[in-house]
Write a protein that binds this ligand. Sequence first.
Ligand SMILES: [Fe+2]
Length: 683
Amino acid sequence: MVFFCFRQVKLFLFIAFLGNTFLHMAQSVIRGPYLQSPTDNSIVIKWRTDVNTQSKVSFGTNLNDLSQTVLLTNSTKEHAVLLPNLLPSTVYYYSVGNSTTSFTVPSLKYRFKTNPIPGTAVSTRVWATGDFGKGNTEQVAVKNAYMNHDDSLETDVWIWLGDNVYNDGKDEEYQTKLFELNGFSNVFSWLPFWPTPGNHDYNTVWDQSTFLGIPYSNIPFEDHQGPYYDMVHVPTQAEAGGFASQYELFYSFDYGDVHFLSLNSEVYDFTQTFDGINQMKAWIDQDLAQNNRTFTIAYFHQPPYSKGSHDSDDAFELVMKSMRELVVPLLESYDIDLVICGHSHVFERSKLVHGHYGNSASYDASTMLKDGSNGNFAQGNAYQKDGLNSTPDGTVYVVCGNSGSKEDAPALNYPIMQFVDGGLEACGSFILDIYKNRLDGKYLHMNGMIMDEFTMLKSNLNVEIEDVFLCNGESTVLVPEVTGGSDELHYLWSLNNATSSQLEVSDQTTGSLSLTVTDSLTGQVVTSVFNVSSSASLTIQQSNDTLFAVGSSQSYQWFLDGILISGASASYFVPQVSGVYSVSNGTGTCESSPYNYNAQLNVPEIASSSFLLYPNPAAEELHLIVPKAYLGKGYQVINSSGNVVRRAKILSSETIVDVSELANGIYSIRISGAGERLRFMKK
Ligand SMILES: [Fe+2]
């Protein structure tokens, strides 16, 4: 009986196993999920299933509440789902599946973090790997060394330097040497990558895109296709910052205050038309012309300078040569900070150089070397650059093509290099830590040792304070506008040697003052001079029909019922309507106390017993009749804003004033020597 029951259970388990296996085989994820194109508000999640099915992503900021969903109802094995409307700098959790089934169980492993808003100065860690997709133990060792290194910072940007798989960029190679590689593949569900292709990735691209059977030929960008381009999903419309490239061949993006350009050395064609390179250069020009991030980094596969498994001096290294001669000068014209490449299966890191576009023999340290030190911060050798793109002051070139590949006994004697590592034991990856005006680059050997370290600092501090105008008895707090620099800023005001970041000034502390800010990280000192001035408020006195501003002032502005009277900027004003008038001095901040003015309700036909104006109102001509004593005197026509619009001499006792050109309104005439004014209306 017991035996019978046991057999029943075994049968049941066997059937259940078959059922599970069948279901599993029917619908399972065989690539990914993996993450592409993170921006400050979106990300793309890709995965592959064994059979056609719908695509659904459930996601949320709480691991236990993935209540937001995106469902694509078309049936496919290649899933790519854009999650829109996300919050910046936010961790999300997700699961992938179809409309009825989830293929992944929510866990910390299925997460991503959206980018910060472009331009925000946040701590940024970058991991760069080149020529890694060998599927070998070194590839895994390099990855493990990185994951075990200083995990105080999360990886923000993972860049691929090309030759991402060997030997030909075939779909099954991406599958076995990346997505299924034991010990390596567990990063894909939480760490997005920003790729560039290498020549090995391009073996299938050219293979699929030959023109008249000629590989490496000059073919249009839209025909660059193959497993590499099927795998990646990179921004072409500046979704993550930068300038739209239109093609996945090359692109740019921002992470915080760092700008990245993923370039493509494989657009070089061996028919040597340079069409592809020239198109890429036109885009680089547009992209860098609008870039104002603190650090700018370009990466591509084939390096301009190397003496590793590839020698950039070799005559057949036409791609390396063209990148050095055609692309590097353009990048340097925008004062690019760092260029990272792969291809040569070694690690090489240059000094700070500029203007080296020939072969290695043409290198002239007297003109091309900007800083010959090792760049080590702890030794006081950090590379210093200014904050201006218009004054190229040097670039560091890195080759890191040994994140899985290696080369026996490379020469490693390129004259610009500061640090090199090569040989059968020499595999590693490149790390960048960037915060504000400091960039630290590190070479991490697969044995866990940091073997090279350099720092680049930007003297990009700028301080501005506007001049201040204070009214009688007023005070204000000065808040300088400080951009650039590090967190180690020190303030020194000329007033009382104050060291605060803000300063209160009153109308008793006028004069030329200054603020000096020192960035103790770079040693940069910036002084901004500003002026504090003050004035007592004016008062208004009325004489006849004119208001006078009483008190000392350089300039005036009159107001009616609190509203600025356009053009009324004299020391007096002739009001034409009743209301509450005020006058300010200086910048207009010190207003007088209000003055109530009552205008005569009607425009008088005759303004004075001594003078006569007619007709009034007048349209074309106005007759001014004056006593003989005023012959030869001057007169002025003044508009309602108090501005003189006409002046002339009285040459006869009846003067005709042409008013046809005047705008409609009320005017007054002032006659020299006369104590009163005549009013008329133009209509
Ligand atoms: Fe390569």
